[in-house]
Write a protein that binds this ligand. Structure first.
Ligand code: FAD
Ligand code: MG
Ligand code: MG
Ligand code: MG
Ligand code: MG
Length: 553
């Protein structure tokens, strides 16, 4: 029954369920964080580390500001400017936070342990393996590249995921220019060497192409005047348009700008094979294969699952998925004390139709078997908190009120009384679940999740009393509870080169052009994780304005 904690929130196995009474002498609970990317560091920054014994594992002892990685590929920003040492980030918390530079290769949820491997041998037998145990595990391992098993991609393409990747790309671009400048090179060979191909027309691919184009026209043409006519950039995109996760106006603006810039955009082509000098792609409409010679290729066509996550999903029976499924409180389903945030995870939102009879019963306070509008209004807030799709659906249908939804179901005959039975209630909400969307794999989502989870951890013992979420339906009010995680989209940018950018901001607001680029500069400067990196990034930008980019290797 409602009073015994059932009802609308009975499904919410929340963060606090295993929290125990904090006592003076009880040892602190062990929190183990895997990964120091956007999700992991945002969790650590917001966690009250003094409440826990915190350990952090990552094979890289720094955080990388990934949105500026494309700028590193052409030397607009230096690699050192976008990374922040982990130990420095948590200097003030160093009493409570221990960092180990190692890779986690196995999570054993049944034993509550994690197996790690350091690159340096530490044991007597010469390897660097060790094991850690935890009470709470925060999996924030991010994602890896996805080649979709396309032959030759791993061997011949560059990726743009890590700082080292960006540095390799930078060297490789310069290599191509130096190679094409050597004597005794045929025109055909020059053309091939200076053909830069980007596979994947998402934000990363597009930004890289734009960055490369700027590097060419602003710096390299002056330094390599003899070969500038042989340079070509191509973006290969399997969909109809590039930037298809953005508003169509932005995609159109980007395509037009690229056309003016001479960047070729090949849409509707899927790359099927890559050899050391040819990229073979297949037209989706005609089905015919074409091969193009290239000098350098960057693959940015999707994200994949890390092996350690794959192995863990297998253990807990989550198969055939890209990412770890969590509940709305970011806890891994069927897995005690394990949370997952960022690119390695997706929230699976409960469907309201799965719970519809329960929701109906909860709302029907007088057990009449029917709901009045007032009964619905009384629980509407809780319903929207637990099933955000209800609100999204009403918004998408331009409905101001749930009464509109109900009217649609009961028809004109009963309009006066506005009383619904279970069948009509079901009918009214039957399309609502179509609005369930998973959040994109972005830094914005990862950091909001890290932040949210830290808040839950900070409040864990306060919430112990009634952890399952909104309580008004279960009779209590004003007590603490965990809201389910909800992503708040603050908009996104697409830098397009030539000091122009496009932005999509909340409220269907789209902006494009030079002023948007300035907005981009200020937003990205303000988002830097420390004053040190902020100063470095801004001075890199200034240096580039004044002196151009550095074209040495
Ligand atoms: P990551 O940030 O990737 O962090 C994963 C962490 O886990 C890293 O510290 C890694 O070293 C560590 N790790 C990996 N394997 C192991 C292991 N076996 N054991 C222990 N630790 C491990 N998003 C935006 O919102 N806006 C942008 O403009 C934007 N631009 C981007 C540009 C590029 C080039 C790229 C690649 C991504 C961009 N993103 C952007 C996406 C954003 O970077 C990711 O969504 C975000 O990094 C996800 O955070 P995360 O913490 O889940 O993963
Ligand atoms: Mg992380
Ligand atoms: Mg990162
Ligand atoms: Mg995610
Ligand atoms: Mg009733």
């Amino acid at each position: 029954t409602a009073a015994s904690g059932g009802g609308l929130v009975a499904y919410a196995d929340s963060a606090a369920e295993s929290a125990s009474e904090p006592s003076q002498n009880a040892p602190k609970k062990k929190v183990l964080v895997l990964g120091t990317g956007w999700a992991g560091t945002s969790f650590l920054k917001n966690l009250d580390c003094s409440q826990y014994e915190v350990k952090v594992i990552s094979p890289r002892n720094y955080f990388a500001f990934t949105p500026l990685l494309p700028s590193v590929t052409c030397g607009t920003v230096e690699p050192r400017s976008i990374i922040e040492p982990i130990r420095r980030m948590f200097e003030k918390k160093s009493k409570d936070v221990t960092f180990y530079e190692a890779e986690c290769f196995k999570i054993d949820a049944s034993k509550k342990t994690v197996h790690c491997r350091s690159a340096v041998g530490t044991n007597l037998d010469g390897n660097g393996d060790f094991m850690l145990d935890y009470d709470y595990l925060v999996v924030a391992l991010g994602a890896t590249v996805n080649t979709f098993n396309t032959p030759g991609v791993l061997e011949h393409c560059h990726f743009l995921k890590e700082v080292e990747d960006a540095q390799k790309i930078r060297r490789s671009v310069i290599d191509c220019f130096e190679k094409a400048s050597l004597p005794n090179i045929s025109e055909e060979e020059k053309r091939k060497t200076l053909h830069f191909v980007v596979i994947g027309g998402g934000p990363t691919g597009v930004e890289f192409a734009a960055e490369l184009h700027d590097f060419l026209v602003e710096d390299l043409v002056k330094l390599y005047p003899a070969i500038q006519e042989f340079v070509k950039i191509t973006i290969i995109q399997s969909g109809e348009h590039i930037l298809n996760m953005f508003d169509e106006r932005i995609a159109a603006f980007a395509e037009e700008k690229f056309q003016r810039d001479g960047i070729e955009v090949a849409t509707g082509f899927r790359v099927v094979r890559v050899s050391d000098d040819l990229i073979t792609m297949k037209s989706k409409s005609v089905g015919e294969e074409v091969s193009v010679p290239y000098g350098m290729a960057v693959w940015s066509a999707g994200i994949g699952t890390r092996p350690v996550i794959m192995d863990f999903m297998q253990q807990i029976g989550q198969t055939n998925r890209r990412a770890l499924a969590t509940n709305e409180w970011l806890r891994v389903r069927e897995c005690e004390g394990v949370y997952a945030i960022g690119d390695c995870a997706t929230v699976s939102q409960r469907k309201i139709m799965d719970d519809i009879s329960m929701v109906f019963k909860m709302a029907d306070k007088d057990n009449s078997g029917t709901l009045t509008l007032k009964e619905i209004y009384d629980v509407l807030e809780d319903i929207c908190l637990r099933y955000p799709q209800v609100e999204l659906y009403m918004k998408s249908m331009h409905m101001l009120d749930i009464a509109d939804l109900i009217k649609g179901a009961i028809g004109d005959a009963h309009k006066e009384s506005m009383v619904v039975d279970i069948e009509e209630f079901k009918k009214a909400l039957s399309h609502v679940d179509s609005q369930v969307k998973s959040a994109p794999a972005t830094a914005q989502v990862a950091s909001q999740q890290g932040n949210y989870l830290a808040e839950c951890f900070n409040k864990m013992d306060k919430c112990k009393e009634q952890p399952e979420g909104p309580l008004r339906m279960t009779g209590g009010s004003g007590r603490h509870f965990f809201r389910p995680f909800r992503y708040k989209h603050l908009g996104q940018f697409a830098p397009l080169g030539g000091e122009q950018a496009a932005a999509e901001l909340p409220g269907d607001w789209v902006s494009m052009g030079h002023s948007t680029q300035w907005l981009w500069y200020s937003v990205y400067a303000s988002k830097q994780v420390s004053w040190r990196t902020r100063v470095l990034v801004v001075s890199d930008w200034t240096r580039r304005f004044v002196f151009g980019r550095d074209s040495s290797r």
